[in-house]
Write a protein that binds this ligand. Structure first.
Ligand code: SF4
Ligand code: FES
Length: 260
């Protein structure tokens, strides 16, 4: 088993109002089989043994499914490996002697709580604004009772892969939450059950995204590259179309026009 010695530059910040700054740590004898979060566990064990404050970072499942882990590693959201969350990134992606910079997601709508942990509750509020259907689900129906074309089901599943990690926001030069919001609007908007509230949903969720202070999408495409679930920016185009239709129908309602 090969091991490596690394130099880490980690963002430390005591609280939301603290200025924060980078602190240098040496990590010795790190196994190539460790995950990136296990590297931080090892560093934290050393800090705790010395009586220092451990580095705060978010994590939960460590299996790439919950979306809690969220580190900017050498300027890349979730680090250098495509389609991979921080918790699934392994140290074999790095080499002996590397210097690694570790930062929290940077976006006004994701304020730093402590060190590498940011407040992503803005995402919860976007979902609360309309990321659901209001019909009573009742008891389970037979799977083939509501017919869904296979292509729609597949695309809905693609969008439903979003784990709400926020890497798309962190990677975007505008700190836009468009990919996240579009994924949530997309998976419901592709299913028959999502149709009755489809336009209203787009209007409410996009409005909430704006109210939270996320920027607008200007087609950089960085979000798609950073997304560990490879959600495509075509979902943003779909969201924009739904939002546009919602705006037009609202205008028609106000003026008493429209095609009824
Ligand atoms: S769209 Fe991708 S990067 Fe953005 S929150 Fe969802 S999984 Fe994370
Ligand atoms: S800790 Fe759950 S996705 Fe990384």
């Amino acid at each position: 088993m090969s091991t490596m010695n690394l130099v880490l530059h980690v963002w430390r910040q005591k609280g939301p109002k603290d200025k924060g700054g980078f602190v240098r740590y040496e990590a010795k004898d790190i196994s190539e089989h460790m995950s990136f979060l296990e590297l931080l566990d090892v560093v934290n064990e050393g800090l705790i043994a010395k009586g220092d404050d451990p580095i705060a970072f978010d994590h939960d499942c460590r299996e790439g499914i919950c979306g809690a882990c969220s580190l900017m590693i050498n300027g890349q959201a979730h680090g250098p490996q495509a389609a991979t969350t921080t918790c699934q990134l392994h140290m074999r992606k790095f080499k002996n002697g590397d210097e690694i910079t570790i930062e929290p997601w940077r976006a006004d709508a994701f304020p730093v709580i402590r060190d590498l942990v940011v407040d992503r509750s803005a995402f919860d509020r976007i979902i609360q604004a309309g990321g659901f259907i209001t019909a009573r689900a009742g008891s389970p129906r037979d799977a083939n009772e509501i017919l869904v074309p296979k292509t729609d089901a597949d695309r809905a599943m693609d969008a439903a892969q979003c784990i709400g990690c926020g890497a798309c926001v962190a990677a975007c030069p505008n700190a836009s939450a468009s990919l996240f919001t579009a994924a949530k609007i997309g998976h419901l908007g592709l299913m028959p059950q999502g149709q009755p509230e489809r336009l209203q949903r787009a209007k409410k969720m996009v409005s909430q995204m704006d109210a939270e202070g996320f920027g607008h999408c200007t087609n950089h495409g960085e979000c798609e590259r950073a997304c560990p679930k490879q959600i495509g920016i075509e979902f943003i185009a779909r969201m924009n179309r739904d939002f546009y239709k919602a705006t037009i129908s609202l205008r028609d309602e106000k003026s008493g026009g429209g095609d009824g």
